[in-house]
Design a binder for this molecule. Structure first.
Ligand SMILES: NC(=O)OP(=O)(O)O
Length: 327
């Protein structure tokens, strides 16, 4: 069984010179994934330093964000980098400059770009002209990789391990669920069960890839589209907002279809020790009751704070191997 490296171990490898990107969880080897999660826990325990001293991070958000934008900005500053913020109205892409030209220019001036755009994540990677600038996907329609790293950091801090945990995910299998499935199924003994409204499950390729990963690691992943015969003795119950950024629901009566998947206190009857996770923002009374979100099982707001520590670990992983500025 794989174990986490010491939480005080660094991920610095002076032999590695290639710029690293985090566009998808698939960009990470198992060792990368474990190291980032362990480093997130180490930062949460008070470790700091300034491995990004002399570097400049761009934070480019075309869509609203409270947690991810603040976490990466705060993380870059705490690790010694300067930060330039770009909002939806700030770049000349608004006046017709192409994405490719924009990326080429920014790549000559920035060390890191943390981006939440409406575009294809593969396009983000292409923004790093000559592979000079690290690109971090701060959420795309398909995947929210930095959220999954936060979630695993939260689980590690809560349980001291990820191996063997039993999780129930309820609601639409959106970009948060996609990243979570791709990450959790790397861990031996993890049992991940998703209960999703009919028609709102994981993309077929993601489910196939996560299933294959689980077969290799000794984890399991199951997806069902009803709320009968729920598993008990869970370690965690996770849900997300039903109206997540960028998703379109063709069925006008979708709320009726989603209603049985609401997280209510009753779910704890057969899992009295389970913690409650939510990536936030929450729509209280819709996907979760306030009784649960504010209740004793909820660690959702600690999970939000962990975005900062996880962002520090991501930035360190992407940049500290360069030994300061690469220019
Ligand atoms: N969970 C999450 O990504 O939150 P924000 O949209 O506020 O960044």
């Amino acid at each position: 069984m794989r174990t986490f490296p010491s939480v005080s171990a660094t991920v610095t490898d002076p032999t590695v010179q290639q710029v690293r990107h985090l566009v998808s969880i698939r960009d990470l080897t198992d060792a990368d994934l474990y190291s980032i999660v362990a480093r997130g826990a180490a930062f949460a325990a008070g470790e700091c330093g300034n491995p990004l001293a002399g570097q400049v991070a761009g934070v480019y958000f075309l869509k609203t964000s409270t947690r991810t934008r603040t976490a990466f900005t705060s993380a870059a500053l705490r690790l010694g980098a300067g930060v330039i913020q770009y909002g939806p109205q700030d770049l000349q892409t608004n006046t017709g400059e192409t994405s490719a030209d924009t990326g080429r220019v920014l790549s000559g001036m920035l060390d890191v770009l943390v981006a939440r755009t409406a575009g294809d994540p593969a396009e983000l990677r292409a923004w790093s002209a000559q592979n000079r600038m690290t690109v971090i996907n701060a959420m795309s329609a398909e995947e929210h990789p930095t959220q999954a790293l936060t979630d695993l950091t939260t689980l590690l801090r809560q349980f001291g391990r990820i191996e063997g945990l039993r999780l129930l995910y309820l609601g639409e299998a959106n970009n948060t669920a996609t990243a979570l499935a791709l990450a959790l199924t790397r861990f031996p003994g993890v049992e991940l069960e998703l209960r999703t409204p009919p028609g709102y499950g994981l993309p077929a390729q993601i489910l196939a890839d996560a299933t294959r990963q689980a077969e290799i690691s000794g984890a399991s992943i199951v997806e069902r589209c009803h709320m009968s015969d729920l598993p008990g003795d869970l370690d965690a119950i996770y849900t997300t907002r039903w109206q997540t950024t960028g998703t379109v629901k063709p069925d006008p009566d979708w709320r009726q279809v989603f209603a049985p998947f609401r997280v209510e206190q009753e779910l704890w009857r057969h899992s009295p020790n389970a913690v409650f996770l939510h990536d936030l923002p929450a729509h209280r009374g819709e996907e979760v009751t306030s009784e649960v979100l504010d209740g004793p099982a909820s660690i959702a707001f600690g999970q939000a704070e962990n975005k900062l520590y996880s962002a520090m670990a991501v930035l360190e992983w992407c940049r500290s191997h360069a030994g300061g500025t690469t220019r």
